[in-house]
Design a protein around this ligand. Structure first.
Ligand code: FE2
Ligand code: FE2
Length: 279
């Protein structure tokens, strides 16, 4: 199974940059074009929130146009982030699977892949931080109890652990401990996929690997002793999660931009492995 994990598109209305300098619609289009060109074709794509920058109706129209244009025919699973507005998200993206399944939150399950996806809504309207309220935790508990033997990815926008960057730790998932206690009862959960910090990051909540994808647009500045909340432009990227024939799951970081190569390994005469093919 090949699962592409993109995050934090921050789409603006056509022609408008985010924060005056981030041409997010252009950057989103570039990333979606890369996803479209991915070989072999992915089994599914998840986008873990902040699909738009301000949650405007016009932004969802622009996003819908891009998703239809580039990802038609590829199963696509979406959740909101703090930059989305839940009602506009539900209305603007209602055509995508699961978005309006739940009457209140954007939360749903994808059962037809080798890894089960539980898509969660960690948004607190009007806040940058996230929270899983008792209602959403109960929903998650019930969904995980349905398939205790199937490897599962939980997808939500806000990382449920600290990352060491003060700016971003002030807006993470506020009740990661509650989530951790719940997941301890459901050991089939292999990964928590999230976004929000605009950095590729790996950690652990209890026994579960937390895998935060970078943004396909701007990045959170790596400032360990500063809470200015600034951003940079680093190579835009995304994660690729592979489920391999032995049942193992491995995650790779790839970049949107094309770099030189691939080149063949032509063995140097000094190579100690002899004339065998070099790898
Ligand atoms: Fe974001
Ligand atoms: Fe966010």
């Amino acid at each position: 199974m090949i699962l592409l994990h993109l995050s934090d598109l921050h789409v603006r209305p056509s022609g408008m940059p985010a924060y005056r300098v981030a041409e997010t619609s252009h950057l989103a289009e570039r990333a979606l074009r890369a996803a479209r060109a991915f070989v072999p074709r992915p089994d599914a794509i998840v986008i873990s929130g902040d699909l738009t920058d301000c949650g405007l109706v016009a932004e969802y129209a622009q996003l819908r146009h891009l998703l239809r244009r580039y990802l038609a025919g590829i199963p696509l699973y979406l959740i909101p982030g703090n930059h989305d507005r839940r009602e506009n998200f539900r209305e603007g993206l209602a055509e995508f699977p699961g978005v309006v399944t739940d009457p209140e939150f954007v939360q749903y399950v994808v059962d037809d892949l080798p890894v089960r996806l539980v898509m969660m809504d960690s948004v607190v309207s009007g806040a940058g931080y996230g929270l899983l309220c008792p209602k959403r935790l109960a929903w998650l508990d019930a969904r995980l109890a349905e398939a205790p033997a199937k490897p599962t990815f939980l997808v939500l926008h806000h990382p449920p652990i600290l990352c060491g960057l003060p700016t971003y730790d002030s807006i993470n998932l506020r009740n990661g401990a509650d989530l951790g206690a719940l997941l301890a009862r459901h050991p089939q959960v292999e990964r928590i996929l999230c976004g929000h910090h605009h950095r590729s990051m790996t950690g652990r909540l209890g026994n579960v690997i937390v895998s935060a994808a970078p943004s396909v647009a701007h990045h959170g500045a790596f400032e360990l002793d500063d809470d200015n909340g600034r951003f940079t432009f680093e190579p835009a990227g995304y994660h690729v999660h592979l489920r391999l024939p032995d049942g193992g799951i491995v995650s790779h970081l790839l970049f949107v931009e094309q770099y030189p190569g691939p080149f063949p390994y032509i063995a140097d005469p000094d190579y100690p492995g002899g004339a065998a093919k070099v790898a």
